[in-house]
Design a protein around this ligand. Structure first.
Ligand code: ZN
Length: 433
């Protein structure tokens, strides 16, 4: 019998996808952290102790063991600990490297994308040889390069409200390295439901934020909905440019938070949001309290069945938003090559100006998403012009298209999947990221 398959997670189902190295999907039958330990809060170690070490293992972890506060007991706890790292963006790279170095017993890695060449600027755990291959496999290989004693479990898929509880319930700490509001919300609610500490970080251009949420011992991330920068509602953090080292700075704080929580070491960043501006190297902090009305963490806190596994995560109702009609990349290419055969249209790029320096579609006009929001399109187009909006992957352009629609523009279309899809369908040489 070969190694157990990794799993792709889609539509709430766990479906075998690939045979992959020595790594396997989470063992759903293994016991999860006892709920009473999670309920005990920051003063209680979350992890059990691994069996006694052999000499080589003692040698490997000698610097940890020699550190007051960690010691042999702490190292054996790390070696028995389980940490889930969701989203393999720039933040996950230092998180995984330092958790691997510390000898955390089991790491779950979750992502759906392949490694791209443009990832390497901020994700040193991947190497050039991994470009085009699944990030989860590249991450597992990166962890094993550092420490082959870590058991890496992989999920090549999305965390969704359907599968999140099943996937994450056996982990002692959840580290959220995702970059979309949807994924963050699912993780936040799952962590609150399970009473598992949830280390969160975000980076954008030269700045970053990091926090630890742990309901009911402090606020959950939904208690303070303003903690994310405003742009995150429409723009993933990694979609705009990012200064590579800021992901390292924030990711290392996340790694140290996770390691501290496992041993009940020091003070976690519970209720604190740390922010760094790498241009000045100023760190600032901002204290947040739990919202007594928080719909995610407070009702459960007051009930008898506090933090029991109910299997139900309540996600906010899907916004009933106008959905722009979509064009696929090859159709748009035909329209661009044979303009006389189609109704006139304007091609509108709503990415940032610096992104256009990397690549832009021929003949495209530029207004940033903020400029579209400010109503600048009215100065440029007529209400009856056809406008095809594009961005990197379709997220900002969908928001821009909705804005244009709300502002009275009639013929608004979206390039489905943005430049990422264009590169897949039309021009594989297009430098996208
Ligand atoms: Zn809350």
């Amino acid at each position: 019998m070969g190694p157990a398959p990794a799993y792709v997670v889609c539509s709430g189902a766990l479906t075998p996808r690939v045979e992959a190295m020595s790594t396997v999907a989470p063992d759903q039958t293994a016991p999860s952290t006892p709920p009473e330990r999670r309920m005990a809060g920051p003063g209680t170690p979350l992890a059990d102790m691994a069996p006694e070490f052999d000499r080589a293992t003692v040698q490997r972890y000698a610097r940890n063991i020699a550190t007051p506060g960690i010691g042999m007991v702490g190292q054996r706890r790390w070696s028995a600990a389980r940490v889930a790292v969701v989203g393999l963006g720039g933040l996950a790279s230092p998180v995984l490297e330092y958790l691997a170095g510390a000898g955390v017993g089991e790491l779950l890695v979750v992502d759906v994308d392949p490694v791209e060449l443009s990832n390497l600027q901020r994700k040193p755990i991947f190497g050039t040889e991994w470009v085009g291959r699944p990030k989860v496999e590249a991450a597992a290989a990166g962890v094993h390069r550092i420490n082959d004693r870590v058991d890496v479990r992989m999920v090549d898929g999305y965390v969704t409200s359907e599968n999140a509880l099943e996937l994450l319930e056996r982990y002692d700490v959840i580290v959220d390295c995702t970059d979309t509001p949807e994924a963050r919300r699912v993780i936040a609610r799952t962590a609150a439901e399970l009473a598992v500490p949830h280390v969160w970080g975000a980076v954008e251009q030269f700045s970053g934020r990091v926090a630890t949420w742990w309901a009911p011992h402090g606020p959950c991330s939904e208690c303070t909905p303003d903690f994310e920068p405003p742009s995150s509602s429409a723009l993933s953090f990694t979609e705009s440019g990012v200064f590579g080292p800021v992901t390292g700075q924030v990711g290392m704080v996340m790694a140290s938070e996770a390691l501290k929580l496992l041993l009940a070491l020091g003070e976690p960043l519970l209720g604190w949001i740390l922010q760094v501006d790498t241009l000045t190297q100023q760190w600032t902090d901002d204290r947040r309290a739990a919202d007594p009305q928080c719909p995610v963490c407070r009702p459960a806190a007051s009930s008898e069945r506090a933090w029991a596994h109910t299997g139900a995560i309540t996600l906010p109702p899907a916004d009933e938003l106008w959905q722009p009609p979509e064009l696929d990349a090859s159709t748009l290419q035909q329209m661009m090559q044979n303009r006389e055969e189609f109704e006139p249209f304007v091609l509108l790029d709503v990415r940032g100006e610096h992104e256009r320096e990397v690549v832009a579609l021929d003949g495209s006009f530029h207004l940033s998403l903020d400029e579209v929001r400010e109503g600048k399109a009215k100065e440029v187009f007529g209400p009856h012009d056809n406008v095809v909006v594009y961005c990197r992957n379709g997220r900002r352009s969908a928001e821009a298209a909705r804005q244009l629609h709300a502002q009275g523009f009639g013929g608004v279309f979206l390039l489905d999947g943005g430049l990422t899809q264009w590169a897949r369908e039309v021009d594989p040489e297009l430098p996208v990221w």
